[in-house]
Design a protein around this ligand. Structure first.
Ligand SMILES: Cc1ncc(COP(=O)(O)O)c(C=O)c1O
Length: 384
């Protein structure tokens, strides 16, 4: 399948995948099933926590199609998906390899709950040549993000999945930042893909939800854990998620186009020391990103030059809003040292190069020139 036909298929899947044939009187849209009580004499026992209402089935099928997976589920949050993955595929004494600098909530789950319960972890820097040396007979999975938050490191998807496959361990990717519009890791050999659907999939900063997609075999192992942990959404939120997914490809392409343009302009700005975006030719892994990404996504980071006051810069922005979440239609900015990475020790932040001058932008769908005018003015106003 060539690039254009792949794109057309994804665009069509955003709109139509998962639809179920309905009586004409319901119209084109999936009706919202509000019931939490169903007739138990029916041939299937339905209950929202069992993920088998109409709204659950439609959204899960759409997400499976978008990721090119055999099966998918929607969870109550991104952490609902991550916790279910670890608790289904590992038991105390088992080991997993985690990419350095995974989302803070994942690290918190590992440190606060899983390690005290006897689960074992090693941290990997993302270099494929080093991965094999971390795998032990107890290793059950390797988990990555790409691009990473907030330094936008890119991990080689094909090589990571191939090494995991050779050792019979499950490869898992948190695809929240990229979305299936930018990259489809299952096509690169990954076994499981998860999302904080709160971000791009929801896309309007008004939903909390998660998703995971993978082989039927793996999803069959994970499904009972999700049901036992009670990680499910109600019909209203599922419908909103379905509605959002119809415009996922449009939104992410516009966000990516805006991000590429802004990253290039930021990189050339006197008040910016560096811009970190996989779409920039100056990015260390630009060639790898070009190979495995269709577009480069809406997330970018940049480091203010030494003469710029970070708090003054944030204060001077008018259109771009400081906010910790991401992936909405509106452009938001965060200072990772005071938000997502505030809990790390100073030494840990220094090791990761996450200082007060580092800014992370979640680029929205607004007009590029309006966004640039705001950023450029705030940068000039905050230069000492
Ligand atoms: C990359 C990434 N993964 C997972 C999560 C967790 O998702 P949620 O907040 O929906 O539980 C987040 C949330 O910020 C995230 O940014």
């Amino acid at each position: 399948m060539n690039h254009d036909s792949k794109r057309a298929t994804l665009d069509t899947a955003c709109v139509h995948a998962g639809e179920q044939p309905l009586e004409a009187r319901f119209g084109l849209n999936t009706p919202v099933v509000t019931s939490s009580a169903f007739d138990y004499l029916d041939d299937q026992v339905r209950y929202p926590r069992y993920h088998n209402t109409l709204n659950h089935e439609v959204v899960a099928a759409k997400i499976a199609a978008l990721e090119g997976a055999e099966s998918a589920m929607v969870t109550a949050s991104g952490m609902g998906a991550i916790s279910a993955i670890f608790m289904s595929l590992m038991k105390p004494g088992d080991h997993a390899v985690l990419l350095d600098g995974l989302y803070g909530g994942t690290t918190d789950l590992v440190e606060g709950l899983l390690t005290p319960s006897g689960f074992r972890f090693s941290i990997w820097d993302g270099d494929p040549d080093q991965l094999e040396s971390l795998i032990t007979p107890q290793t059950r999975l390797v988990m990555i993000e790409s691009p990473t938050n907030p330094l936008m490191q890119v991990v080689d998807l094909e090589r990571t999945a191939a090494i995991a496959g050779e050792h019979d361990i499950v490869s898992v990717i948190d695809n929240t930042f990229a979305t299936p519009v930018a990259q489809r890791p299952i096509e690169s050999g990954f076994d499981l893909v998860m999302h904080s659907a709160t971000k791009y999939m929801g896309g309007h900063s008004d939903l909390l939800c998660g998703a995971l997609a993978g082989t039927e075999e793996l999803m069959t192992r994970i499904r009972p854990t999700i049901v036992r942990l009670g990680s499910s959404l109600n019909g209203q939120d599922l419908y909103l998620l379905e509605r959002s997914l119809k415009t996922l490809a449009l939104r992410v392409r516009q966000q990516s186009a805006n991000a590429l343009e802004l990253a290039g302009r930021l990189e050339g700005h006197a008040a910016v020391a560096e811009a970190l975006y996989p779409g920039l030719p100056s990015h260390r892994q630009h060639e790898l990103a070009r190979k495995q990404m269709q577009v480069f996504g809406g997330m970018l980071s940049f480091r203010l030059a030494s003469g710029v006051d970070p708090l003054l810069f944030l204060d001077r922005l008018e259109l771009v809003r400081p906010a910790i979440s991401l992936g909405g239609v509106e452009t938001t900015i965060s200072q990772p040292s005071r938000s997502s990475h505030a809990k790390l020790t100073g030494a840990e932040r220094e090791r990761l190069r996450i200082d007060d001058a580092l800014m992370r932008l979640s680029v929205g769908i607004e007009g590029t020139e309006d966004l640039w005018e705001d950023l450029d003015r705030a940068l000039s106003d905050s230069t000492r």
